[in-house]
Design a protein around this ligand. Structure first.
Ligand code: GAL
Length: 409
């Protein structure tokens, strides 16, 4: 706990205006317009309990934020809570005994009965103990399209990746960049993963990401996706942006026609006042394979030697999963609630498509649930090198991708 935070907490307790009120510093990487609006819902709910949310936003995305969080924790100056993705990112911190055991909260709140799909609670569970509070389901398996851009080019909004590819030339002629892509490596690597599922099918994706079968990477189906990804690289020429939300913004303005991005993009469309179906369209599974991955975010709570803080951390963990907070947060974030027993108040047509897929059980694990952070970084580095090196061929990247998977097996 930061000294200032500790002092603030102590002052709050001593002042006794709200007995037991505690300041908790919460670290996350939610800094885009939509993300900031969503995290404000958490802060509002926590502040309403008489405690105070001390916002520890880190700009630059998860790849920048996670090492900062880890170094704060390892350096003995942990925040009270921090965001990670569902999956394996916190495993070493848990093994080192640095994460608060939330099993009593999970039992008291009945998480086993309410968390849906159960794999999200499994992802928080290590050797039978619960170490995180899942807050949303975010899927990568989407493409977002600007209706205005297609109209400008005299085209119908496509209903699949295949139709989209056929539109590329007409979009270019109309002065529209077909595909928006930002410069961060996770965006390029994540988009490739979505294309694999859509174009080569889930079984091939699982063979590589779950079973680490490098022969599948070297096979024909994956080869075609590497080629399609090389074509996507050409489609993205002409837009030079870094952050994912800047790329989303190009779709919002109609400068670009489409973006492959997780459903957090919906938060940006909402902040821009755009309506799903009218101003923008969405294709889960790129309109090829109707499926969602069950990635998303969870909060972890570092162990601190202060019973008052520990009690407040547990209170916050319970609050994040409460029905009201789940609805308020996820409605703004563009994500789906992690409990099956709540209804989002107003659902647009894209969120409805997501809810339908979830209800039908058309789900798959996220990459973070199957691939270690280290291997993930290697794949991200490779895919960004490919994206930024026009002379690198689909065959080159295919072989190097296979080697990384081979060494991960
Ligand atoms: C993801 C996270 C989302 C979203 C996105 C972009 O890792 O799960 O909540 O914010 O990053 O920042």
């Amino acid at each position: 706990m930061k000294l200032t935070t500790k002092l603030l907490a102590a002052t709050a307790i001593v002042s006794a205006t709200s007995a037991g009120a505690v300041d908790l510093e919460v670290m996350h990487w939610w800094t885009s317009g939509g993300e900031a609006a969503a995290v404000a819902e958490f802060a509002k709910a926590w502040d309403a309990t008489g405690n105070t949310w001390v916002d520890g936003a880190i700009a630059g995305g998860g790849d920048v934020a996670r090492p900062v969080m880890v170094s704060r924790i390892l350096g003995g100056d942990p925040p009270a809570a921090f965001q990670f993705n569902h999956g394996l990112q916190a495993q070493e911190l848990i093994e080192a005994g640095l994460m608060l055991d939330l099993t009593d909260v999970a039992e008291a709140e009945g998480w086993e009965d309410i968390v849906n799909p159960p794999s999200l609670l499994d992802a928080c569970t290590y050797e039978g103990r619960v170490y995180c509070a899942p807050v949303n389901i975010h899927s990568w398996q989407w493409m977002w399209l600007s209706n205005a851009a297609f109209e400008k080019a005299g085209l119908e909004v496509p209903e699949s990746w295949t139709e989209f590819v056929a539109d590329t030339e007409a979009l270019r002629e109309a002065g529209v960049v077909p595909l928006a892509m930002g410069g961060q490596s996770w965006q390029q690597s994540g988009s490739f993963g979505v294309m694999v599922v859509a174009l080569a099918g889930l079984d091939n994706w699982l063979a590589v990401n779950r079973d680490k079968d490098a022969s599948v990477v070297r096979g024909e189906a994956y080869g075609e996706v590497f080629q399609a990804f090389a074509d996507a690289r050409d489609m993205a020429e002409g837009l030079d942006v870094q952050d994912w939300n800047q790329a989303t913004n190009a779709v919002i303005t109609g400068d670009a026609a489409a973006q492959i991005m997780g459903d957090w993009a919906q938060g940006e469309f909402a902040v821009a006042g755009m309506t799903a179906g009218e101003d923008y369209s969405c294709l889960p599974g790129l309109g090829e394979v109707a499926i969602l991955d069950t990635g998303g975010d969870a909060f972890y709570f570092p162990v601190v030697d202060d019973p008052e803080i520990t009690a407040a951390q547990k209170e916050l963990a319970a609050l994040l999963l409460s029905p009201e907070v789940q609805v308020a947060f996820n409605s703004v974030k563009g994500s789906l609630p992690i409990r099956g027993d709540v209804d989002l108040t107003t659902v647009n047509e894209c969120t409805q498509k997501g809810l339908d897929l979830l209800a039908a059980g058309n789900t798959m694990p996220s990459g973070n649930q199957l691939i270690s952070p280290d291997v993930n970084t290697q794949l991200n580095d490779l895919m960004t090198e490919f994206w930024n090196t026009p002379s690198m061929t689909a065959e080159d990247v295919q072989e190097r991708y296979a080697q990384i998977i081979e060494s991960a097996s």
